[in-house]
Design a protein around this ligand. Structure first.
Ligand code: GLU
Length: 446
């Protein structure tokens, strides 16, 4: 059976680079195995979920190169969740509880005070029908807890190998709130099972959930998917990335001009067995990631690494990959390829090409450090047409006339022609500047 993986964000904020990690690990896992990728929007929190965030998630995934094969929304599947809850009630695995948050908190403190683990004491399980009826008559509405089997749940984790959770040390989890809405735990199991998800690959913050969810799968009679829990991306000082803080959102990184491939490389290769490096293609990246070799330590990353990764990708990018963006920067189609090849090695981001296009077309402020050399350059300015050989021929002529060589020859010319002491190879840039502009700039400082 070909794998079906899923990425299940809540549409309550923008995706950040930490969310890109599970999204990509799932997408690459499917890609390497001819599997499919399901985007499931976990929108059971109706207050905080919005259609705008849902649309943004799809857009941000597409930018990363992830086009889901299947799509589901938990809010469309409420009847299935209700049916599963009913089954669990029938099995005696979902029981009503009436404690208020304050009562629970008081009990928790008492347990802690006695040196006991603060887990739910299952008091509600021993309520009689009359006691429940009288609580309801007071206006209390129950929330519903899943009755855990007090045993250790084990599984063979794609990342962690042999993994287990001791469910005897956990509180029975609330699956249904008093207002009838669901927490994440049950709908996730129902949807994974009914939509045929074969591999649940997610962050290690879900390991405990897996212990609970395995029991729910089993109670409902569903076969278990394979689980994999990867380490989480953290900042260099170990701080987690929060969606609500808008930390390094994918749209922010896109707006800042980073290539999706550099964000992908950083999100996936950090904390893997592979060195973090710039990988342009999804297939190549898919071939590199092996969940079994992902580290158990937090995946600390430095956002500044993005610049280096991005620069390396940009330096290799062919002109066809950027023609649209160059047009957007005002570079005319006939000059685009030559211009790109001239400047790409000097860029960190594609949009930095704008500055070099400005250097080509001007106006710039030419600078002189050697007026007599510039005069000799004017006198020897080659006739058109200009091409890649022009710079060499011209500087040879200037050298013959003035005796200047090396930096003393090239730097005054670069400063006069571009106003800058650094930049792309002038043999490539000069033909783009052209004879007329070059002559004008030289005359301005001669
Ligand atoms: N909506 C959950 C989350 O964003 C999904 C977790 C999971 O992959 O099961 O944390």
């Amino acid at each position: 059976m070909s794998p079906l993986v899923r990425f299940a964000p809540s549409p309550t904020g923008y995706l950040h680079i930490g969310n890109a990690r599970p999204a990509l690990l799932n997408a690459l896992f499917a890609r390497a195995r001819g599997g499919r990728f399901l985007l499931r929007l976990d929108d059971t929190d109706r207050e905080r979920s919005t259609p705008a965030f849902a649309a943004a998630i799809e857009e941000d995934l597409a930018w990363l190169g992830i086009v889901p094969d299947l799509f589901a929304r938990q809010s469309d599947r409420a009847e299935r969740h209700d049916a599963a809850a009913e089954r669990l009630r029938g099995l005696g695995r979902l029981y009503p509880c009436y404690e208020t948050p304050e009562e629970l908190e008081r009990r928790r403190k008492r347990q802690l005070g006695r040196g006991l683990p603060p887990i739910y004491d299952r008091a509600a399980l021993s309520l009689t029908a009359e006691q429940r009826a009288s609580l309801e008559a007071e206006g209390r509405r129950p929330h519903w807890r899943f009755k855990l089997d007090h045993r250790t749940v084990s599984w063979n984790d794609l990342v962690r190998g042999e993994a287990h959770v001791d469910c005897a040390s956990l509180s029975d989890p609330v699956l249904v709130r008093a207002d009838g809405t669901y927490l994440y735990t049950l709908p996730s199991v129902v949807d994974d099972a009914e939509l045929g998800v074969t591999h649940v690959i997610r962050g290690e913050d879900h390991v405990t959930n897996t212990g609970v969810q395995v029991q729910i799968f089993e109670a409902l009679g569903h076969p278990l998917p394979v689980f994999g829990h990867h380490n989480l991306l953290t900042t260099a000082d170990g701080e987690g990335l929060s969606k609500r803080l808008g930390h390094l959102s994918l749209r922010g990184l896109r707006a800042a001009g980073y290539e999706p491939a550099s964000v992908r490389s950083l999100a996936v290769l950090t904390g893997s067995a592979e060195a973090v490096r710039a990988i342009a293609g999804l297939d190549e990246l898919a071939a590199l990631v092996d969940l079994a070799h992902i580290s158990r330590a937090p995946a600390k990353f430095d956002p500044h690494e993005l610049d280096g990764l991005n620069a390396r990708l940009v330096h290799e990018m062919p002109a066809v990959a950027v023609l649209d963006r160059l047009a957007g920067l005002g570079v005319p189609a006939e000059a685009a390829e030559a211009f790109w090849l001239a400047v790409r090695a000097n860029l960190v981001k594609v949009e930095d090409a704008r500055d070099w296009w400005h250097v080509v077309t001007g106006p710039i402020e030419p600078v002189t450090t050697d007026a007599s050399l510039v005069s000799a350059a004017i006198a020897t300015l080659p006739a058109e047409p200009w091409g890649p050989e022009t710079w060499k021929a011209w500087t040879t002529a200037v050298k013959d006339r003035t005796g200047a060589k090396g930096k003393a020859l090239f730097m005054p010319l670069r400063l006069a022609l571009t106003g800058l002491d650094h930049g792309p190879d002038l043999s490539a840039l000069l033909p783009l500047i052209g004879r007329e502009r070059a002559a004008e700039r030289l005359r301005a400082v001669a």
